[in-house]
Ligand binder design. Structure first.
Ligand code: SF4
Length: 389
Protein backbone atom coordinates (compact mmCIF):
# COMPACT_ATOMS: atom_id res chain seq x y z
CA UNK A 1 0.00 0.00 0.00
CA UNK A 2 1.56 3.29 -1.08
CA UNK A 3 1.73 6.54 0.85
CA UNK A 4 0.81 8.94 -1.93
CA UNK A 5 -2.73 7.77 -2.68
CA UNK A 6 -4.47 10.87 -4.10
CA UNK A 7 -7.72 9.76 -2.45
CA UNK A 8 -6.32 10.37 0.99
CA UNK A 9 -4.16 13.45 0.69
CA UNK A 10 -1.26 14.15 3.00
CA UNK A 11 -2.71 12.35 6.02
CA UNK A 12 -2.55 8.82 4.60
CA UNK A 13 -1.19 6.46 7.24
CA UNK A 14 1.76 4.16 6.71
CA UNK A 15 -0.47 1.10 6.50
CA UNK A 16 2.45 -1.10 5.54
CA UNK A 17 2.94 -1.38 9.32
CA UNK A 18 0.37 -4.16 9.45
CA UNK A 19 2.16 -6.08 12.13
CA UNK A 20 1.93 -3.05 14.34
CA UNK A 21 -1.86 -2.89 13.88
CA UNK A 22 -2.72 -6.58 13.79
CA UNK A 23 -0.81 -7.67 16.89
CA UNK A 24 -2.25 -5.12 19.35
CA UNK A 25 -5.72 -5.58 17.85
CA UNK A 26 -5.71 -9.35 18.32
CA UNK A 27 -4.32 -9.13 21.85
CA UNK A 28 -6.89 -6.51 22.76
CA UNK A 29 -9.67 -8.73 21.38
CA UNK A 30 -8.30 -11.76 23.24
CA UNK A 31 -8.60 -9.79 26.49
CA UNK A 32 -11.67 -7.57 25.94
CA UNK A 33 -14.11 -9.26 23.54
CA UNK A 34 -17.69 -9.41 24.75
CA UNK A 35 -18.97 -12.88 25.50
CA UNK A 36 -21.65 -13.17 22.81
CA UNK A 37 -23.34 -16.53 22.24
CA UNK A 38 -22.30 -16.88 18.58
CA UNK A 39 -18.65 -16.27 19.49
CA UNK A 40 -18.34 -19.72 20.98
CA UNK A 41 -19.24 -21.55 17.79
CA UNK A 42 -17.56 -22.10 14.46
CA UNK A 43 -20.70 -23.52 12.85
CA UNK A 44 -21.07 -21.50 9.61
CA UNK A 45 -24.87 -21.78 9.74
CA UNK A 46 -25.04 -20.32 13.26
CA UNK A 47 -22.61 -17.56 12.30
CA UNK A 48 -24.57 -16.80 9.13
CA UNK A 49 -27.78 -16.36 11.13
CA UNK A 50 -26.03 -14.08 13.63
CA UNK A 51 -24.44 -11.96 10.90
CA UNK A 52 -27.74 -11.49 9.10
CA UNK A 53 -29.56 -10.60 12.32
CA UNK A 54 -26.84 -8.11 13.29
CA UNK A 55 -27.28 -6.11 10.09
CA UNK A 56 -29.16 -2.96 11.12
CA UNK A 57 -29.86 -4.33 14.60
CA UNK A 58 -28.20 -3.87 18.01
CA UNK A 59 -26.35 -6.78 19.62
CA UNK A 60 -28.48 -6.74 22.76
CA UNK A 61 -31.65 -6.98 20.68
CA UNK A 62 -30.28 -9.82 18.57
CA UNK A 63 -29.17 -12.15 21.41
CA UNK A 64 -32.61 -13.52 22.44
CA UNK A 65 -33.73 -13.77 18.80
CA UNK A 66 -30.60 -15.73 17.85
CA UNK A 67 -31.00 -18.10 20.79
CA UNK A 68 -34.67 -18.74 19.95
CA UNK A 69 -33.85 -19.24 16.29
CA UNK A 70 -31.06 -21.72 17.01
CA UNK A 71 -33.30 -23.68 19.40
CA UNK A 72 -36.06 -23.91 16.82
CA UNK A 73 -33.93 -24.44 13.70
CA UNK A 74 -30.46 -25.68 14.72
CA UNK A 75 -29.31 -26.43 11.16
CA UNK A 76 -29.98 -25.70 7.51
CA UNK A 77 -32.45 -28.58 6.84
CA UNK A 78 -34.53 -27.59 9.89
CA UNK A 79 -34.81 -24.02 8.62
CA UNK A 80 -35.57 -25.12 5.07
CA UNK A 81 -38.43 -27.28 6.36
CA UNK A 82 -40.04 -24.48 8.39
CA UNK A 83 -43.11 -22.65 7.06
CA UNK A 84 -42.26 -19.08 6.01
CA UNK A 85 -45.11 -17.82 8.18
CA UNK A 86 -43.37 -19.27 11.25
CA UNK A 87 -40.00 -17.80 10.23
CA UNK A 88 -41.53 -14.34 9.90
CA UNK A 89 -43.27 -14.74 13.23
CA UNK A 90 -40.00 -15.54 14.98
CA UNK A 91 -38.40 -12.54 13.29
CA UNK A 92 -41.20 -10.23 14.42
CA UNK A 93 -39.72 -7.10 16.02
CA UNK A 94 -36.32 -7.27 14.29
CA UNK A 95 -37.54 -5.36 11.22
CA UNK A 96 -36.16 -5.56 7.67
CA UNK A 97 -38.04 -8.82 7.07
CA UNK A 98 -36.34 -9.35 3.75
CA UNK A 99 -33.44 -10.74 5.80
CA UNK A 100 -35.61 -13.52 7.23
CA UNK A 101 -37.11 -14.36 3.86
CA UNK A 102 -33.63 -14.59 2.32
CA UNK A 103 -32.36 -16.86 5.10
CA UNK A 104 -35.32 -19.15 4.53
CA UNK A 105 -34.90 -19.09 0.74
CA UNK A 106 -31.14 -19.72 0.97
CA UNK A 107 -31.73 -22.67 3.30
CA UNK A 108 -34.05 -24.13 0.64
CA UNK A 109 -31.36 -23.67 -2.01
CA UNK A 110 -28.75 -25.37 0.20
CA UNK A 111 -31.01 -28.36 0.79
CA UNK A 112 -31.90 -28.63 -2.91
CA UNK A 113 -28.37 -28.22 -4.23
CA UNK A 114 -25.98 -29.24 -1.43
CA UNK A 115 -27.90 -31.70 0.72
CA UNK A 116 -28.17 -29.00 3.37
CA UNK A 117 -24.43 -28.51 3.80
CA UNK A 118 -23.08 -24.98 4.10
CA UNK A 119 -20.51 -24.11 1.40
CA UNK A 120 -16.86 -23.41 2.23
CA UNK A 121 -15.72 -21.21 -0.64
CA UNK A 122 -16.24 -17.45 -0.52
CA UNK A 123 -17.80 -17.42 -4.00
CA UNK A 124 -20.34 -20.11 -3.11
CA UNK A 125 -21.30 -18.34 0.12
CA UNK A 126 -21.59 -15.06 -1.77
CA UNK A 127 -23.96 -16.69 -4.28
CA UNK A 128 -26.58 -17.41 -1.60
CA UNK A 129 -29.73 -15.24 -1.62
CA UNK A 130 -29.30 -12.16 0.54
CA UNK A 131 -25.57 -12.68 1.16
CA UNK A 132 -23.32 -9.77 0.19
CA UNK A 133 -19.60 -9.25 0.30
CA UNK A 134 -19.59 -8.27 3.96
CA UNK A 135 -21.60 -11.28 5.17
CA UNK A 136 -19.67 -13.77 3.02
CA UNK A 137 -16.37 -12.33 4.25
CA UNK A 138 -17.46 -12.48 7.87
CA UNK A 139 -18.71 -16.09 7.63
CA UNK A 140 -15.63 -17.41 5.79
CA UNK A 141 -13.21 -15.73 8.18
CA UNK A 142 -15.10 -16.61 11.37
CA UNK A 143 -15.98 -20.20 10.49
CA UNK A 144 -13.04 -21.25 8.30
CA UNK A 145 -10.30 -18.73 9.15
CA UNK A 146 -10.06 -17.57 5.56
CA UNK A 147 -8.43 -14.13 5.10
CA UNK A 148 -11.60 -12.60 3.68
CA UNK A 149 -12.23 -8.98 4.71
CA UNK A 150 -15.56 -7.82 6.14
CA UNK A 151 -16.10 -4.07 6.17
CA UNK A 152 -19.22 -2.86 7.95
CA UNK A 153 -20.05 0.55 9.44
CA UNK A 154 -17.89 -0.02 12.52
CA UNK A 155 -14.89 -1.20 10.52
CA UNK A 156 -15.30 1.73 8.14
CA UNK A 157 -15.16 4.18 11.03
CA UNK A 158 -12.12 2.57 12.66
CA UNK A 159 -10.09 2.30 9.46
CA UNK A 160 -11.07 5.77 8.23
CA UNK A 161 -9.75 7.20 11.48
CA UNK A 162 -6.65 5.04 11.72
CA UNK A 163 -5.73 5.84 8.11
CA UNK A 164 -6.84 9.46 8.35
CA UNK A 165 -9.06 9.25 5.25
CA UNK A 166 -10.47 12.69 4.53
CA UNK A 167 -12.64 11.72 1.57
CA UNK A 168 -16.23 10.60 2.00
CA UNK A 169 -16.36 6.95 3.01
CA UNK A 170 -19.34 6.57 0.65
CA UNK A 171 -17.18 7.27 -2.41
CA UNK A 172 -16.38 4.14 -4.43
CA UNK A 173 -12.65 4.97 -4.41
CA UNK A 174 -12.64 5.25 -0.61
CA UNK A 175 -14.61 2.03 -0.31
CA UNK A 176 -12.07 0.26 -2.51
CA UNK A 177 -9.29 1.54 -0.30
CA UNK A 178 -11.05 0.39 2.89
CA UNK A 179 -11.69 -3.11 1.52
CA UNK A 180 -8.15 -3.36 0.26
CA UNK A 181 -6.65 -2.40 3.64
CA UNK A 182 -9.06 -4.75 5.44
CA UNK A 183 -7.94 -7.57 3.11
CA UNK A 184 -4.30 -6.85 3.87
CA UNK A 185 -4.98 -6.86 7.59
CA UNK A 186 -6.83 -10.20 7.37
CA UNK A 187 -3.94 -11.64 5.36
CA UNK A 188 -1.45 -10.32 7.90
CA UNK A 189 -3.49 -11.96 10.65
CA UNK A 190 -3.16 -15.32 8.90
CA UNK A 191 0.63 -15.08 9.25
CA UNK A 192 0.54 -13.68 12.77
CA UNK A 193 2.66 -15.53 15.33
CA UNK A 194 1.37 -15.93 18.88
CA UNK A 195 3.30 -13.77 21.34
CA UNK A 196 5.28 -15.09 24.28
CA UNK A 197 2.96 -13.32 26.69
CA UNK A 198 -0.79 -13.06 26.21
CA UNK A 199 -1.25 -10.47 28.94
CA UNK A 200 -4.82 -10.45 30.23
CA UNK A 201 -6.04 -12.84 27.51
CA UNK A 202 -7.37 -16.23 28.55
CA UNK A 203 -10.10 -18.82 28.04
CA UNK A 204 -12.25 -18.98 24.91
CA UNK A 205 -11.14 -15.52 23.75
CA UNK A 206 -7.52 -16.57 23.63
CA UNK A 207 -8.39 -19.86 21.92
CA UNK A 208 -10.46 -18.03 19.35
CA UNK A 209 -7.60 -15.69 18.43
CA UNK A 210 -5.07 -18.54 18.33
CA UNK A 211 -7.19 -20.87 16.24
CA UNK A 212 -8.87 -18.39 13.91
CA UNK A 213 -6.84 -15.16 13.77
CA UNK A 214 -8.35 -14.04 10.43
CA UNK A 215 -11.88 -14.16 11.83
CA UNK A 216 -10.71 -12.67 15.12
CA UNK A 217 -9.09 -9.80 13.25
CA UNK A 218 -12.37 -8.94 11.52
CA UNK A 219 -14.27 -9.26 14.76
CA UNK A 220 -11.69 -7.19 16.61
CA UNK A 221 -12.13 -4.31 14.16
CA UNK A 222 -15.92 -4.51 14.56
CA UNK A 223 -15.65 -4.78 18.33
CA UNK A 224 -13.30 -1.83 18.53
CA UNK A 225 -15.79 0.23 16.54
CA UNK A 226 -18.65 -0.87 18.80
CA UNK A 227 -16.91 -0.36 22.16
CA UNK A 228 -14.02 2.09 21.81
CA UNK A 229 -13.90 3.88 18.45
CA UNK A 230 -17.53 4.91 18.76
CA UNK A 231 -19.08 7.60 16.53
CA UNK A 232 -19.16 10.36 19.15
CA UNK A 233 -16.34 10.74 21.68
CA UNK A 234 -14.10 7.77 20.82
CA UNK A 235 -12.23 6.47 23.85
CA UNK A 236 -8.75 6.81 22.39
CA UNK A 237 -7.05 6.43 25.77
CA UNK A 238 -8.27 2.80 25.82
CA UNK A 239 -7.52 2.03 22.19
CA UNK A 240 -4.84 -0.47 21.16
CA UNK A 241 -4.37 1.43 17.87
CA UNK A 242 -3.78 4.90 19.22
CA UNK A 243 -0.06 4.90 18.36
CA UNK A 244 -0.87 4.13 14.73
CA UNK A 245 -3.98 6.27 14.45
CA UNK A 246 -3.73 9.36 12.24
CA UNK A 247 -7.03 10.84 13.45
CA UNK A 248 -5.87 10.60 17.06
CA UNK A 249 -2.47 12.05 16.32
CA UNK A 250 -3.84 14.98 14.35
CA UNK A 251 -6.89 15.64 16.50
CA UNK A 252 -9.31 14.70 13.68
CA UNK A 253 -11.50 12.20 15.52
CA UNK A 254 -14.51 14.55 15.41
CA UNK A 255 -14.13 15.17 11.67
CA UNK A 256 -13.62 11.54 10.61
CA UNK A 257 -15.08 9.58 9.03
CA UNK A 258 -16.35 12.01 6.40
CA UNK A 259 -19.81 11.19 5.05
CA UNK A 260 -22.00 12.63 2.31
CA UNK A 261 -25.16 14.16 3.49
CA UNK A 262 -27.64 11.38 4.11
CA UNK A 263 -30.79 10.96 2.09
CA UNK A 264 -33.68 12.89 3.53
CA UNK A 265 -36.36 10.91 5.25
CA UNK A 266 -39.91 11.18 4.01
CA UNK A 267 -43.05 11.25 6.09
CA UNK A 268 -46.23 9.39 5.19
CA UNK A 269 -49.58 9.63 6.87
CA UNK A 270 -52.01 6.74 6.73
CA UNK A 271 -55.38 5.80 8.13
CA UNK A 272 -55.60 2.38 9.73
CA UNK A 273 -59.01 0.88 10.47
CA UNK A 274 -59.77 -1.52 13.31
CA UNK A 275 -62.99 -3.48 12.72
CA UNK A 276 -64.28 -6.03 15.21
CA UNK A 277 -66.94 -8.69 14.75
CA UNK A 278 -67.76 -11.26 17.42
CA UNK A 279 -64.24 -11.24 18.91
CA UNK A 280 -62.50 -11.33 15.53
CA UNK A 281 -60.44 -8.57 13.90
CA UNK A 282 -60.40 -7.69 10.23
CA UNK A 283 -56.81 -8.06 8.97
CA UNK A 284 -55.02 -8.74 5.71
CA UNK A 285 -51.68 -10.05 4.54
CA UNK A 286 -49.43 -7.75 2.55
CA UNK A 287 -48.84 -9.04 -0.98
CA UNK A 288 -45.50 -10.09 -2.47
CA UNK A 289 -43.26 -7.44 -3.96
CA UNK A 290 -44.06 -4.60 -1.55
CA UNK A 291 -42.33 -3.40 1.61
CA UNK A 292 -43.00 -5.84 4.46
CA UNK A 293 -44.37 -8.42 2.04
CA UNK A 294 -46.31 -11.30 3.62
CA UNK A 295 -46.64 -9.54 6.98
CA UNK A 296 -50.09 -9.07 8.45
CA UNK A 297 -51.75 -5.73 9.18
CA UNK A 298 -55.00 -3.97 9.86
CA UNK A 299 -56.40 -2.51 6.64
CA UNK A 300 -55.52 1.09 5.86
CA UNK A 301 -54.52 3.53 3.15
CA UNK A 302 -52.68 6.79 2.61
CA UNK A 303 -54.58 9.83 3.82
CA UNK A 304 -53.92 11.92 0.70
CA UNK A 305 -56.99 12.49 -1.44
CA UNK A 306 -59.62 11.76 1.23
CA UNK A 307 -61.62 14.50 2.89
CA UNK A 308 -62.03 12.53 6.11
CA UNK A 309 -61.31 9.21 7.80
CA UNK A 310 -64.94 8.22 7.12
CA UNK A 311 -64.55 8.83 3.38
CA UNK A 312 -61.32 6.81 3.35
CA UNK A 313 -62.90 3.95 5.31
CA UNK A 314 -65.87 3.78 2.92
CA UNK A 315 -63.52 3.83 -0.08
CA UNK A 316 -61.58 0.89 1.35
CA UNK A 317 -64.22 -1.12 3.19
CA UNK A 318 -67.45 -0.19 1.41
CA UNK A 319 -70.89 1.00 2.51
CA UNK A 320 -70.92 -1.30 5.55
CA UNK A 321 -68.98 1.44 7.38
CA UNK A 322 -71.36 3.29 9.72
CA UNK A 323 -69.07 5.25 11.99
CA UNK A 324 -65.33 5.98 12.28
CA UNK A 325 -63.78 7.21 15.52
CA UNK A 326 -60.13 8.31 15.99
CA UNK A 327 -58.48 5.99 18.53
CA UNK A 328 -54.69 6.22 18.68
CA UNK A 329 -51.65 7.40 16.74
CA UNK A 330 -48.77 5.04 15.99
CA UNK A 331 -45.40 5.98 14.51
CA UNK A 332 -43.11 3.57 12.76
CA UNK A 333 -40.05 3.81 10.54
CA UNK A 334 -39.39 1.59 7.55
CA UNK A 335 -36.09 2.23 5.78
CA UNK A 336 -36.05 6.01 5.30
CA UNK A 337 -39.80 6.46 5.52
CA UNK A 338 -41.53 7.65 8.68
CA UNK A 339 -45.11 6.50 8.92
CA UNK A 340 -47.69 8.20 11.07
CA UNK A 341 -50.69 5.90 11.45
CA UNK A 342 -53.97 7.51 12.47
CA UNK A 343 -55.72 4.44 13.88
CA UNK A 344 -59.55 4.54 13.90
CA UNK A 345 -62.17 2.20 15.34
CA UNK A 346 -64.83 1.40 12.77
CA UNK A 347 -68.46 0.58 13.43
CA UNK A 348 -69.94 -1.69 10.75
CA UNK A 349 -73.61 -2.07 9.80
CA UNK A 350 -75.15 -5.47 10.52
CA UNK A 351 -75.45 -7.93 7.69
CA UNK A 352 -73.68 -5.79 5.10
CA UNK A 353 -70.91 -7.31 3.05
CA UNK A 354 -67.34 -6.13 3.40
CA UNK A 355 -65.79 -5.15 0.08
CA UNK A 356 -62.17 -5.74 1.16
CA UNK A 357 -61.59 -8.93 -0.82
CA UNK A 358 -58.25 -9.79 0.78
CA UNK A 359 -59.54 -9.20 4.32
CA UNK A 360 -59.74 -12.08 6.84
CA UNK A 361 -61.56 -12.17 10.17
CA UNK A 362 -59.12 -13.63 12.69
CA UNK A 363 -59.44 -14.31 16.39
CA UNK A 364 -56.98 -12.87 18.88
CA UNK A 365 -55.17 -16.23 19.11
CA UNK A 366 -54.90 -16.52 15.32
CA UNK A 367 -53.47 -12.99 15.15
CA UNK A 368 -50.89 -13.89 17.80
CA UNK A 369 -49.60 -16.71 15.62
CA UNK A 370 -48.94 -14.37 12.71
CA UNK A 371 -46.19 -11.80 12.10
CA UNK A 372 -47.27 -8.15 12.07
CA UNK A 373 -45.07 -5.15 11.26
CA UNK A 374 -43.91 -3.18 14.30
CA UNK A 375 -46.57 -0.47 14.02
CA UNK A 376 -49.46 -2.89 13.60
CA UNK A 377 -48.09 -5.08 16.40
CA UNK A 378 -48.51 -2.05 18.70
CA UNK A 379 -52.16 -1.78 17.67
CA UNK A 380 -52.69 -5.47 18.35
CA UNK A 381 -51.05 -5.17 21.75
CA UNK A 382 -53.31 -2.29 22.67
CA UNK A 383 -56.35 -4.31 21.62
CA UNK A 384 -55.15 -7.28 23.67
CA UNK A 385 -54.74 -5.01 26.68
CA UNK A 386 -58.37 -4.10 26.28
CA UNK A 387 -57.69 -0.59 24.95
CA UNK A 388 -60.82 1.54 25.03
CA UNK A 389 -62.80 1.29 21.84
S1 SF4 B 1 -7.14 6.01 18.58
FE1 SF4 B 1 -9.17 6.84 18.82
S2 SF4 B 1 -9.84 7.45 16.78
FE2 SF4 B 1 -8.06 6.10 16.55
S3 SF4 B 1 -8.93 4.07 16.21
FE3 SF4 B 1 -8.53 4.29 18.40
S4 SF4 B 1 -10.45 5.05 19.29
FE4 SF4 B 1 -10.55 5.35 17.07
Amino acid sequence: MGFADPVDGPYAAPVSRHGFIVGPLLLWFAAQARDLPWRRTRDPYALWVSEVMLQQTQVTTVIPYWKRWMREWPDVPALAGAPLERVLKLWEGLGYYRRARNLHRAAGVLVAEREGRFPRSFEDVLALPGVGRYTAGAICSLAYNQPTPAVDGNVTRVLARVLGLRQSVQRPATQRRLWSVAAELAEAARGWRSPGSWGAARGWRKRRVKERPCGALNEALMELGALVCVPQHPRCELCPLRKACVAHRLGLTRQLPVKDRSERTSERREYVFVCERRGHWLVRQRPAGVVNEHLWEFPGLEQDGYASALAAARALLGPAVREVRPWMTVRQSITRHRYILAVCRVQLGRGERMVLSEGRWLSRAACEERAFSAGHRKILQRLNEGGAG
